[in-house]
Design a protein around this ligand. Structure first.
Ligand code: ADP
Ligand code: MG
Length: 226
């Protein structure tokens, strides 16, 4: 973490057109910034372009127009090796469907996120268990995801996102599969992480989830009004 005055995320008229046919402009001239230590929610209905936007910000996809700067770097200028390293080390991802490996324990799921980072196997296990402790799963290190509640699974996914100590946490509908009580627990955890200095972007169509953010932006038909 730095206290750099420049934004962590800066989009200038960013667009994403899927070629089709017919072509779909999933994102149109999106212009906004997210400063370090902010928690910004992006809200919009299904099909409005939320996942497209998050995929671009998370370097899982590339804009077809406009300029995207991540921590001051023009992402279009980065080679694939640098993009991959940034995606792994600087960004943590949390998804609606958790994406845990069913046959692996909670700690193995977290440890696997560190496989390509040069950390020893022993250290990966220790750090994975520390990350699980951090999300309140100290008693569930060895549990299989299939034996866990939705809230527990999402906390494993958050622990995995934290494994490489990212500066930015990107959440795509993190509470989309959770009931309201569990939503509150998961968002309280994310708010805690933000309070400790993590920059967070949460994509959601749920007002109760968005209420946890310090700022909310709306997206509609691929547009984010200023
Ligand atoms: P949201 O996450 O808000 O539900 P998406 O970003 O998934 O919305 O989708 C926005 C629009 O882009 C939708 O019209 C969707 O059908 C379209 N879209 C998303 N991904 C693709 C793709 N790979 N190819 C073509 N169209 C896509
Ligand atoms: Mg989506």
């Amino acid at each position: 973490m730095t206290d750099s005055p420049r934004p962590v995320i800066r989009l200038d008229k960013v667009g994403r057109r899927f070629p089709g046919p017919p072509p779909v402009d999933a994102l149109r001239e999106a212009t906004f910034s997210v400063e370090a230590r902010e928690h910004v929610a992006i809200m919009g209905p299904s099909g409005s372009g939320k996942s497209t936007l998050l995929n671009l910000i998370g370097l899982l996809d590339t804009p077809t127009s406009g300029k995207y700067e991540l921590d001051g770097a023009d992402v279009a200028q980065l080679d694939e090796h640098t993009r991959t390293a940034l995606r792994r080390d600087a960004i943590g991802f949390v998804f609606q469907d958790f994406y845990l490996m069913a046959g692996r324990s909670a700690w193995e799921n977290v440890a696997l996120a560190m496989v390509y980072t040069g950390v020893s196997a022993k250290q990966r296990m220790i750090r994975a268990k520390q990350a699980l402790d951090r999300v309140g799963l100290d008693h569930r290190h060895d549990a299989l995801p299939t034996t866990m509640s939705g809230g527990e699974r999402q906390r494993v996914a958050i622990a995995r996102a934290l494994a490489n100590q990212p500066q930015l946490l990107l959440c795509d509908e993190p509470t989309g599969n959770l009931d309201s009580a569990t939503t509150e627990q998961v968002m309280a955890l994310i708010a805690d992480l933000n309070g400790e200095g993590m920059t967070v972007l949460t994509i959601t169509h749920d007002p109760a989830t968005a209420a946890w953010a310090s700022r909310r932006l709306m997206i509609s038909d691929g547009r984010i009004p200023a």
